[in-house]
Write a protein that binds this ligand. Sequence first.
Ligand code: HEM
Length: 320
Amino acid sequence: PPASMSRRAPIEPQRIDAPLTQSATFLVLTVNEGPEATKTVRSVLSSVADLAKNVAIRDLNASFACTVGIGSSAWDSVTRLPRPAELHPFKEIKGKEHAAISTPGDLLFHIRSERRDLNFEFERQLMDLLGDAVTVVDETNGFRYFDVRDLLGFVDGTANPVGSSVPASILIAEEDASASGGSYVVIQKYIHDLKGWKSMSTEEQESIIGRSKLENIELDDAPDGQQQSHKSLATIEDDDGNEFDILRDNMPFGSPGLGEFGTYFIGYSRRLWVIEKMMERMFVGDPPGLHDRILDFSKPTSGCTFFVPPTTVLDKLIDD
Ligand code: HEM
């Protein structure tokens, strides 16, 4: 087809806006050295959509979806495409007491469905194809806990955008033409001190989160200059009071037998700076020094940033 036609070929984003599911697997990999490994990864990424179809068809009610993210240091060799304008490695943040650390990660697979077995099966087939082209950095299996609560006991995900504001919040448009239809995604794996958390009263916990525990009702912001809640610190507005939303699909994970309790944070955004700003407000505090008290009971053990290209871009990786 003439160039003008192919340029107008429809851009199809990945299923970033897939519904919240009962089960999710977060798989972070690095790409091994050498041209063979890169070639394998390009080939597998171009067939991820087909792999997902193979698994999804086995239970169409299970809302299977997999989104793929590519990290900054792997972007050039894996895609050979222009760099998305904001793509860079995870920015470490050192607050007075808590740090957001940066950890390795070239590829993210965010695998979601109602069924743990479907996620398992997809991951199994995926790892078979990737073989020794990759090294596993972390694999975490999350589960949905009661009414969308995290392990701190609070309903998590309420303020997510809905309806037509979803694409406006998560998908790059004309501001970065070669990246349009894509999204930035940031992950952090948090381990909780549940004993410490549970030693507090419900009222104290509620003031840290910024919502009531049972009924999930928003509490008023604290006056300027005082300790802000998580909800307030994670709210980013421009000078006109317009809020910049991100799409979160946090999942609890853990193992009571091993004493491990965690939240896997994942946030998608059209603007990477918005997520970075949220983290800066959480770890440094507003005013600086008054950090997000959720961090006194939650320690990040990872931190990675990825770009989620449209499916149509992934599909074509092997052709050029
Ligand atoms: C709100 C939990 C980390 C961004 C909330 C809420 C809970 C929660 C319970 C209130 C309900 C809701 O609107 O979803 C957690 C836990 C975390 C965590 C347990 C990790 C230990 C983060 C991080 C970010 C973030 C790292 C961003 C960098 C947000 C945003 C909101 C929110 C944007 C909505 C604020 C609003 O009301 O507009 N979180 N969160 N959270 N969180 Fe987190």
